[in-house]
Design a protein around this ligand. Structure first.
Ligand code: ADP
Ligand code: MG
Length: 227
């Protein structure tokens, strides 16, 4: 069983990543533009045409993935730290993710807390954090499985448990998790977990991850509880 306590200090706050993110969006868009321009000029064989179009489409997909991992919940207004109802936020992320889960034959099990639980944070960032974890869990179960989510109180903290029955991670993978642009996926951004760790850190929380290759992964998030 691979286990990792995440060292929050190695992650920058999200705002500091903005310049790098725009770079990650601009690069694939520049490549897309280049290949479309190439198509516009001169004669190309059907094979060339199809290759250039594939590259152009991939560039747009890649830019879209970066934005999904980073900005799904972003709104024009500046979000402020507020008291968040964990159950309500979980519901809104789950409604977004459940169709995706069902598409991959994944059963979603959600165990709501027995009482309202509150944490302090920025609504959109908290939701982005949960979304990025759930999306990874779903992507780790391409041929189905079970996604289990629960929230509970433990002493003065709120615990979120997110568990999948997917591919799992090796010790080496677990250690690299959250490093910017670390991805094992063909179309991955390697930004999702970095964003998760940054947000959890900003909320004075912590993450503990356990994983077993071939069995699945478990993400335990803990945040200070407020009333
Ligand atoms: P991306 O999803 O774009 O690859 P992430 O930062 O979200 O980037 O995740 C980084 C890597 O961590 C993934 O490519 C994958 O190898 C691994 N990973 C993250 N979550 C899980 C999970 N639930 N199960 C298995 N592997 C995972
Ligand atoms: Mg991801």
């Amino acid at each position: 069983l691979q286990e990792e306590f995440v060292n929050m200090e190695k992650f920058h706050l999200i705002g500091e990543m903005a310049a790098s993110i725009s770079h990650e969006v601009r690069n694939p868009l520049t490549s897309t533009r280049g290949f479309l321009q190439l198509l516009q000029t001169g004669q190309h064989s059907p094979e060339e045409r199809s290759l250039y179009l594939d590259i152009a489409i991939n560039g747009i997909d890649q830019a879209n993935h970066v934005l999904t991992d980073y900005l799904t919940f972003a709104k024009p207004s500046i979000d402020k730290t507020q008291r968040l109802d964990v159950q309500a936020e979980l519901f809104s992320v789950l409604s977004l993710i459940t169709p995706l889960a069902h598409f991959s034959n994944i059963v979603v099990q959600y165990e709501p807390p027995g009482q309202p639980l509150y944490v302090l944070g920025e609504k959109q960032k908290f939701n982005q954090c949960i979304l990025n974890i759930l999306k990874n869990c779903i992507e780790a179960m391409p041929s189905g499985g079970t996604l289990t989510i629960s929230a509970s109180e433990q002493d003065d903290s709120v615990q979120l448990l997110i568990e999948d029955t997917g591919t799992g991670m090796s010790k080496e993978q677990l250690q690299r998790l959250g490093s910017p642009f670390y991805s094992t996926k063909e179309k991955g951004t390697g930004l999702g977990m970095m964003v998760v760790f940054s947000i959890v850190k900003a909320m004075s929380g912590n993450v503990k991850i356990t994983s077993q290759q071939g069995d699945g992964s478990c993400f335990r998030l803990s945040f200070p509880r407020v009333h």
